[in-house]
Design a binder for this molecule. Structure first.
Ligand SMILES: [Zn+2]
Length: 322
């Protein structure tokens, strides 16, 4: 049995491997942990191992290939429509579950973002969990296990997943994207332990434009109103990347704060901008930086509420240069 395609999560893989080998899989699992760290991938690998003609998720047999092509008749997935999973969808799902598996020894049902089930949907699913059938396996995925009903949680075997360490993400970025260690470090540090985030980051923005953006930001002074207005206009032009730009600014000021606290430089995100960080830190105080980080968070909240972007950026830059 191999789960080699999935990085990390060794304990969780071990538990599943052993359960598979002994024929003692639970009727329902709850994979709980942050988004983008491989929960769904592991669930799919488990499904492959179950349906595989060689019983190991070989990847080559017709059953494995059907899983990969998302057309295996015994793998069912349930996902939110927008922000919720409604009762009608759970009911339709249950009608499927009541039929015998067509090709595999079990029907495998994946519920992604299970916390988005409405109360009605959760109560409906509870019936399935209370009367498990030997030929079904439910895998619930969630990043917010506390939002699930207690009664649902207690009927699943819970496998907690944790974020990947930055060093692991950095190593993968270096290997797969051929980034240099500093670039890989910056992306890894900004990815909250998520491979998905790390690989999904706009590299042009985070690696190249980051330096120019921070140069302009730190070059602004209280008196340069015109320059500030131009910069506000520039960064607010593209609604889609503005949150990323704020994330870059935030990471920079957190680096300055780390420096002011006298912590190790290994903890910095912007390892390639140490001198700039030290220079800014020499002119700043801890309360001053905390105020700036607060201004960035306020701006972020305002963007979430769809306020005028440019105005929000002007106010934020005024606070950042105060
Ligand atoms: Zn196979």
């Amino acid at each position: 049995m191999t789960f080699d395609k999935i990085l990390g999560h060794d304990r969780q893989k071990d538990i599943l491997r052993r359960a598979l080998a002994n024929g003692r899989l639970a009727h329902a699992y709850l994979f709980a942990g942050p988004d983008g760290i491989g929960k769904r991938m592991l669930a799919i690998e488990l499904a492959r191992a179950i349906v595989c003609h060689e019983q190991r998720g070989c990847g080559n047999c017709p059953a494995c290939r059907k899983i990969d092509n998302q057309n295996h008749p015994d793998l069912h997935t349930l996902e939110p429509d927008g922000t919720s999973i409604k009762i009608e969808k759970v009911r339709a799902f249950q009608r499927e579950l009541n039929l015998k598996p067509l090709e595999a020894p079990r029907k495998i049902c994946l519920i992604d973002h299970a916390e988005m089930m409405t109360t009605g949907a959760s109560n409906a699913l509870l019936k399935t969990l209370e009367e498990p059938r030997g030929d079904t396996l439910l895998i619930l995925l969630t990043d917010q296990p506390n939002r699930l009903l207690d009664t649902i949680r207690s009927r699943c075997q819970i496998l907690p997943f944790t974020r990947h360490p930055n060093s692991r993400i950095q190593a993968e970025l270096e290997k797969r994207l051929e980034l240099n260690p500093t670039e890989a470090h910056v992306l890894a540090a900004l990815s909250d332990g998520s491979f998905k985030k790390a690989f999904g980051k706009d590299r042009e923005l985070y690696l190249e434009q980051r330096k120019t953006l921070l140069k302009t930001l730190t070059g602004l002074s209280t008196g340069s109103i015109l320059q500030m207005l131009e910069f506000a206009e520039q960064i607010s032009a593209d609604k889609a990347i503005l949150p990323d730009i704020l994330e870059i600014f935030q990471a920079f000021y957190r680096d300055v704060l780390t420096t002011l606290h006298g912590r190790d430089t290994d903890e910095l995100v912007n390892l390639d901008l140490k001198e700039k960080i030290f220079r800014v830190a020499s002119k700043e105080s801890i309360p001053g930086i905390l105020t700036k980080l607060e201004a960035l968070m306020t701006a972020q909240r305002q963007l979430d509420r769809n306020v005028n972007r440019q105005l929000a950026m002007e106010v934020m830059l005024l606070d950042l240069t105060a």
